[in-house]
Design a protein around this ligand. Structure first.
Ligand SMILES: [Cu+2]
Length: 88
């Protein structure tokens, strides 16, 4: 897990526009570096799946079906973070 401070605050622009897929709340994700680590891990496990991350909102959405939810969760955990599945 990464202890760096958020370098740039960005407003969440995902209101009402959440992609289809599985979503996780990742409370220990705090900046762009965390986002990159999670993206990379998801890319290894689920190549080609589109990933939407909002580290300000602590939310990760992966455009896969429910059957791959556990794979996505494992990938985030492997990157060193603590995903909590969110109801969609
Ligand atoms: Cu970080």
């Amino acid at each position: 897990m990464c202890r760096c401070q958020p370098v740039q605050q960005q407003q969440s622009n995902a209101q009402g526009a959440m992609a289809d897929g599985v979503s996780f709340r990742v409370p220990d994700m705090s900046c762009g570096h965390c986002e990159k680590a999670i993206r990379s891990s998801l890319g290894d496990r689920l190549p080609g799946a589109s990933v939407d991350i909002d580290f300000v909102a602590k939310r990760v959405t992966v455009a896969v079906g429910d059957n791959e939810s556990a794979t996505a969760e494992d990938a985030i955990r492997e990157a060193g973070y603590s995903p909590e599945p969110m109801a969609t």
